[in-house]
Write a protein that binds this ligand. Structure first.
Ligand code: SF4
Length: 256
């Protein structure tokens, strides 16, 4: 795949967001990678507060991750009830932990730190149900601190509205497109900062419904924001069609 990336615009976006939110951003976790995997699975489409509550409940109730594998699934489901979809996450967590133990003979992912980031991601994505977001989260958020870019729903939405990725590109394949834009000299902290500030913008300004474009530090760089502010009707309603018209057809990031 080839991408025509306007790297100057990408860097301007990053620098403005870093100035707006403050970089470097402190890492919020330093868990071992198995624990980070469980935490990431719990966090899917769940508020941070609720996934943290579910994660703490698991840690408090069970002595270790082996005990989680061996527990009745209904008990795990009840323990993580603070998270969304505990009935799906409980068997997924147990199956993932079991897969690792059977593959490695122990419940440890520390060996991933000896691999390249690409090889470590490929290994993690062999676990059934684990995709690029979770593999990247395990590698960069855990104490492994490897240079991988997670793309959550906020990051994905902001990248779409900015025209960094094609409008219909799903979050899974968006990982490779957005990762290809990262300057090779960026270290793990800078990659982490980039993910965090894109996510912060999605959480605090570029909301799913009603993005606050007039308050956004990226308004002059954003085709969606330009269309929304220029396409405001006299009643104040933003026109979605105007936003779509302004998205670049072969602009900042063109997928071939
Ligand atoms: S200008 Fe509007 S649509 Fe564009 S990134 Fe900012 S808040 Fe989102």
């Amino acid at each position: 795949m080839l991408f025509d990336v306007d790297q100057g615009r990408f860097l301007e976006i990053h620098e403005r967001l870093c100035a707006y939110f403050g970089c470097p951003v402190a890492f919020f976790h330093a868990l071992d990678p198995v624990s980070e995997l469980v935490s990431s699975l719990l966090s899917h489409r769940t508020k941070n507060r609720d996934s943290s509550t579910a994660f703490r409940a698991l840690r408090e109730r069970y002595a270790d991750w082996d005990a989680v594998i061996d527990a009745p699934t209904a008990d795990i489901e009840a323990t993580i009830s603070a998270a969304t979809w505990p009935e799906q996450k409980a068997p997924r967590i147990q199956a993932s932990l079991r897969w690792i133990r059977e593959e490695r003979g122990e419940l440890s992912l520390d060996f991933l730190g000896e691999l390249t980031t690409e090889a470590a991601r490929a290994w993690l994505e062999r676990i059934p149900g684990i995709g690029p977001k979770t593999s990247a989260a395990v590698l960069i958020f855990s104490r492994l601190r490897m240079r991988a870019l997670p793309v959550d729903s906020h990051h994905h939405r902001v990248a779409q509205r900015l025209g960094l990725i094609p409008p219909k590109l799903d979050v899974g394949p968006a990982h490779a497109v957005l990762e290809a834009m990262l300057p090779s000299e960026w270290d793990t902290q800078t990659v982490y900062d980039h993910h965090e500030v894109m996510m912060f913008l999605g959480q605090k300004v570029c909301h799913y419904q009603g993005p606050k474009c007039p308050d956004c530090p990226l308004l002059d760089l954003c085709p969606t924001g330009q269309a929304r502010t220029q396409g405001t009707t006299t009643s104040g309603t933003k026109t979605e069609s105007a936003a779509k018209r302004a998205l670049p057809r072969s602009g900042a990031a063109t997928l071939f």
